[in-house]
Design a protein around this ligand. Sequence first.
Ligand SMILES: NC(=O)c1ccc[n+]([C@@H]2O[C@H](COP(=O)([O-])OP(=O)(O)OC[C@H]3O[C@@H](n4cnc5c(N)ncnc54)[C@H](O)[C@@H]3O)[C@@H](O)[C@H]2O)c1
Ligand SMILES: O=C[C@H](O)CS(=O)(=O)O
Length: 474
Amino acid sequence: MIGSIINGKELTSENTMPIHNPYSGEKIDDIALATEQELNEAIDDSYKAFHDTMKKMPAHERADILRKTADLLEERTEEFAQTVVKEAGKPISASRGEVHRAIQVLRFAYEKAKDITGEVIPMDAAVGGNGRMGFAKRDPLGVVAAITPFNFPLNLSLHKLAPALAAGNAVIFKPAEKTPISAYKLTKLFHEAGLPESALNLVMGTGKEVGDPLVKHDKIHKISFTGSLPVGRSIKESAGFKKVTLELGSNSPNIIFSDADLDQAVKSLVTGAFAFSGQVCISAQRIYVQKEVYDQFLKEYVSLTESLKVGDPAEEGTDVGPMINEKEAERAKQWIDDAAEKGATIAAGGERNGAILKPTIMTDVDENMKVIAEEVFAPIVSIIPFDTEEEAVRFSNNSIYGLQAGVFTKDINRAFRVAEKLEMGGVWINEISTYRQDNIPYGGVKKSGFGREGVKYAIEDMTELKFIGVKLEQ
Ligand SMILES: NC(=O)c1ccc[n+]([C@@H]2O[C@H](COP(=O)([O-])OP(=O)(O)OC[C@H]3O[C@@H](n4cnc5c(N)ncnc54)[C@H](O)[C@@H]3O)[C@@H](O)[C@H]2O)c1
Ligand SMILES: O=C[C@H](O)CS(=O)(=O)O
């Protein structure tokens, strides 16, 4: 059994929740769920840790802890990768990839911790400014609540923990109840690297019983949330005056113009749509292809998709494993069937076996079908023809979401024109929407959320600018 870790002590409970391997269905562990009283104790402990320890800790010490955590994680890459395979069902090669990215996030944070600067404000710029001096500095906020999803249990947790600690905050970490083992191990790793134990408290439980009271608690200064739109909406409503960052979902578009390198676009977009069974917030969900090359693109795309190895995520070489559970796979299967009943064609896949949904390609879709209009978060992609640049932009922007998009063309002027018009937090040219490097500013517009991650930008969101000025004696 694993449980919450508060002030370095691990809690047990009779009230537990089982964790299952999404592929085999076997129970791999139980989590002890935190009570409301334990949650309150954790928050008090974090609050004290902020004021007594983190606020006073020199930047070089915070940096050193982050560096040591990165080194420890690197030494245990395989152990952490196997954990992600077991609890999330992510194929082993992608799980190793996630650990490598997580190490990079820690290293970006280690470098940045010693370089959190402010600025001197010119005082002679305004009438009466002469004789005064002033500067703005960045101060930590206090206690940051990090609430994370199941799909990147390590890397997306570190996108919150590492910048929050680099900036000198204390953190309460509430991981997804479906994938708590990576979170548990990660918390212990930070402590082993020398982080004062109360500076990072882990609370285990459901969104309703632990997440919601955490969001409402007065001693929390900021909520950094990654997850679904409905939960993000509820958090924003409950958070009151706290600062909030919301990293939510999307139905990312990718546009293929007729002059694009089709082979490269096909190859990268097969990965972009089916990596981790499409359970990626920037997964390529809608692919718009210019009519002249539509048939060729579709033929090559179907052929490459059908060659993917689907099955056991623990086996080397598996491309597509299970979804997080059978219920989610069935929900996605119903969306496919619903679209097919309304006239869509299933060009590949469409079958479900337990939690495994075969990589599925839909054509002849219309913009009102769920597979287009909502976030599928499953291995389902729709391929749609378009005529003109204006049409491709209009189709792409016809969404409540706006996280990342991909544009494929050799015409640099067109690429920038389209990038400017797309209502997105980020646009890649000749790269898939699904690509993220961990130091870019990352986040959404519209209902994909607000605030930015990417270590440097998350640090900005996790600090407060404080102005200090002086009137000098003349
Ligand atoms: N934009 C991004 O960076 C990004 C990254 C990864 C995933 N996501 C999104 O996350 C979703 C999938 O992840 P999920 O199924 O784990 O998401 P989810 O929203 O169901 O849960 C995320 C977290 O919120 C907690 N939670 C649930 N209800 C809560 C409440 N009322 N108050 C506080 N916390 C609560 C959960 O316990 C979990 O820890 C998808 O929509 C995906 O697009 C977005
Ligand atoms: O699921 C959405 C994530 O933000 C994708 S990634 O881990 O940042 O690549």
